[in-house]
Design a protein around this ligand. Structure first.
Ligand code: DLL
Length: 433
């Protein structure tokens, strides 16, 4: 069986749009009736639920941002009474209060269904042994994956993040076939495996489903090589539902967004205008089946492009390009935009460089300084100083030509940069604005 739900995943565009419009209208009525903050915003914008008569009319609806969730902390945007809310998650966020999200019983069923669809698309089946090393708890990664994997009927190992040696032991002893975790944690596990003298070829591991942070194509190659697997990208965010919003199929030419549940748009993050097909911009998502926390036109801050061409896999749902990064993680160095994933791409093409890196941004006088700390391999590090210097120069040249900004490269000893068990921290910005 190629698809989890062929009827939905391969729907004709016409039927999909009909379904989307019906569900969008229901959502807009629901938020207008039950969420005072939405009603107030729509009233200010002069729009009523009855004004939504085609999918194009979505453009008249106001955007929702993380700030709206904060302003209505904790439950102010819920469209159901708390007695109907059966689960609460939250995302930590770097500043201020966390973002709180709630689910009805039906929302949890929808989420499990979407996660089953996603994992199935990455090859998970009833016979699979899925080791879920996303953190369990308030983070949506652990429980989100968990219920999807159970819905498929796979055997789930809820290992959660951390305790890395035990993770490897579980893989060996329980015959894990599919690993789910962040790409940075997968990389760390590969390193531990090497330290433990475990050859991944001796494991039953076949695939990895990695997400929750940006990762480059070069990182995919690295992980596939180091873990002897095929690696899939999964995308999602708490505000929308959690993991399972979009997933790659076996073609790996973009992530199919579950359009029967979410309507995507791409906007210019500065002017907020809707951009045409293929243009890169900020992804905006509207949930059209959520009950407890319906979200209209959520500005994700994630930068990507959309492709409506029907995929060779037969699925009709639109594909989003691998996320380049969050606009929040983008550092602007003397006017030039730099994403950690761009640095990662360059570094992983250079032999002798380990895939562990950190961007440190500082301001000296009036000048922004970007330092990139890079780990080098054991062998290179113990080589002559001259060779290290040459490597440093080479990395600097490659980074500067790819990023278009001058970079200070600092080579650091193997295993000195902090390893991640969840989302990796790639940037330290020391500038005081
Ligand atoms: O990270 C949900 C998730 C869990 C997705 C497990 C995939 C796997 P939040 O903690 O709310 O939710 O963070 C959401 O993480 O807006 C993106 O910036 C980033 N992100 C998530 N998946 C990807 C991905 C979960 N595949 C935020 N590529 C999002 C790039 C991703 N960035």
């Amino acid at each position: 069986m190629l698809y989890w739900d062929q009827e939905k995943e391969c729907m004709s565009r016409e039927s999909l749009q009909e379904l989307q419009l019906r569900r969008l209208k229901e959502t807009v009525y629901r938020v207008y009736a039950f969420v005072p903050a939405y009603r107030a915003k729509m009233d200010t914008a002069g729009i009523k639920p009855d004004d939504i008569n085609s999918l194009h009319d979505i453009k008249y609806l106001p955007f929702t941002t993380k700030q709206d969730l904060r302003d209505n902390y904790p439950f102010g945007l819920f469209a159901l009474p708390m007695s109907e809310v059966v689960r609460i998650h939250s995302s930590s966020g770097t500043t201020g209060k966390p973002t709180v999200v709630g689910y009805s019983r039906k929302d949890l069923d929808t989420w499990a269904e979407l996660m089953a669809r996603a994992l199935h698309s990455a090859g998970a089946r009833k016979r699979s042994v899925i080791q879920n090393a996303y953190g369990y708890g308030l983070f949506t990664g652990g429980l989100g994956m968990h219920y999807g994997a159970e819905k498929i009927g796979a055997s789930v190992i809820p290992s959660s993040g951390g305790n890395s040696k035990r993770q490897i032991m579980l893989m060996q002893d329980f015959g894990t076939t599919l690993l789910t975790c962040t790409p940075s944690y997968a990389l760390f596990l590969a390193e531990i495996m090497q330290e433990m003298d475990v050859d991944p070829a001796d494991l039953k591991l076949e695939a990895g489903v990695f997400g929750a942070e940006p990762w480059s194509e070069n990182m995919r190659r690295e992980l596939e090589h180091k873990l002897h697997i095929t690696a899939f990208d999964i995308y999602g965010l708490s505000e929308i539902i959690g993991p399972g919003v979009a997933i790659e199929c076996e073609r790996k030419k973009g992530l199919h967004i579950a359009e029967d549940h979410f309507i995507p748009e791409i906007i210019n993050p500065v002017t907020q205008e809707i951009l045409p097909e293929g243009a890169q911009g900020e992804l905006v998502l509207t949930t059209i089946t959520k009950e407890a926390l319906p979200i209209v036109r959520y500005r994700t801050r994630d930068l990507t492009t959309l492709n409506h061409e029907v995929c060779a896999c037969g699925r009709t749902h639109v594909r989003m390009h691998k996320v380049l990064g969050r606009s929040d993680d983008m550092v602007i160095i003397r006017g030039v935009n730099v994403f950690p994933s761009m640095v990662e791409s360059v570094l992983l093409n250079i032999p002798g460089v380990e895939p562990f890196y950190l961007l440190i941004v500082d301001r000296i006088g009036n000048l922004d300084i970007l330092e990139v700390q890079v780990e080098v391999s054991e062998k290179i590090f113990s080589d002559e100083v001259r060779k290290l210097e040459e490597l440093g120069k080479h990395i600097t040249k490659e980074l500067e030509s790819a990023l278009g900004v001058s970079v200070k490269v600092r080579l650091v000893e193997p295993k000195t940069l902090e390893r991640s068990e969840g989302k990796a921290k790639r940037v330290i910005d020391r500038r005081n604005f």
